[in-house]
Write a protein that binds this ligand. Structure first.
Ligand SMILES: NC(=O)c1ccc[n+]([C@@H]2O[C@H](COP(=O)([O-])OP(=O)(O)OC[C@H]3O[C@@H](n4cnc5c(N)ncnc54)[C@H](OP(=O)(O)O)[C@@H]3O)[C@@H](O)[C@H]2O)c1
Length: 142
């Protein structure tokens, strides 16, 4: 019998938020794959210490129940083609926040568009927003 509490999770991003997410979700028993922008060989052992696997970005979003995107907001359009391949039933969760000094000014957001709607437009599908309102240090230690 399948354990329905165990999910197949693909994570893009191994930074301040992606790394603790990877560690915590794998430690909770989920089947976790994780990718960054530079390739699986660059993902450190600490990120993988609780059982996650380092993979390419394409592999990370293949055959998963949940896709978690934890990359800078201005990089989201670049991964849209990967997200487009996901089945409609896959839950897509985005952790991003808009920081103009990091992301560059985005006209629609400066004009007041809700960030999550802008992200959904970029990715071409509905998204869930999570973990974007906790500072990384707090998340690591909670
Ligand atoms: N830091 C916080 O306290 C915090 C809190 C809540 C929400 N957030 C939001 O969460 C998102 C991630 O923040 P962060 O602080 O974790 O960022 P970060 O430390 O800068 O890490 C960003 C990660 O995204 C990866 N990445 C970038 N482009 C990619 C691509 N095309 N494909 C795959 N991976 C890619 C980077 O890969 P490389 O390692 O190869 O460069 C890196 O691992 C941001 O939108 C941020 O605003 C941050």
């Amino acid at each position: 019998m399948n354990d329905t509490r165990k999910m197949k999770i693909g994570i893009l991003g191994t930074g301040h938020i992606g790394k603790p997410l990877t560690r915590k979700l794998a430690a909770a028993g989920h089947d976790v794959k994780v990718a960054n922008s530079r390739g699986p060989e660059t993902i450190d052992a600490e990120t993988l210490a609780t059982g996650a696997r380092a993979v390419t970005t394409t592999e990370a979003l293949h055959d998963v129940d949940v896709a978690i995107i934890s990359i800078p907001l201005n990089r989201l359009p670049a991964i849209a083609p990967l997200v487009a391949n996901l089945p409609a039933a896959t839950v897509v969760i985005d952790t991003s926040n808009y920081f103009p000094h990091r992301d560059g000014e985005i006209a629609a957001l400066e004009a007041g568009q809700v960030e999550s709607l802008w992200v959904a437009e970029q990715l071409g599908r509905p998204i869930e927003k999570a973990w974007n309102s906790i500072i990384a240090d707090s998340f690591v230690n909670c």
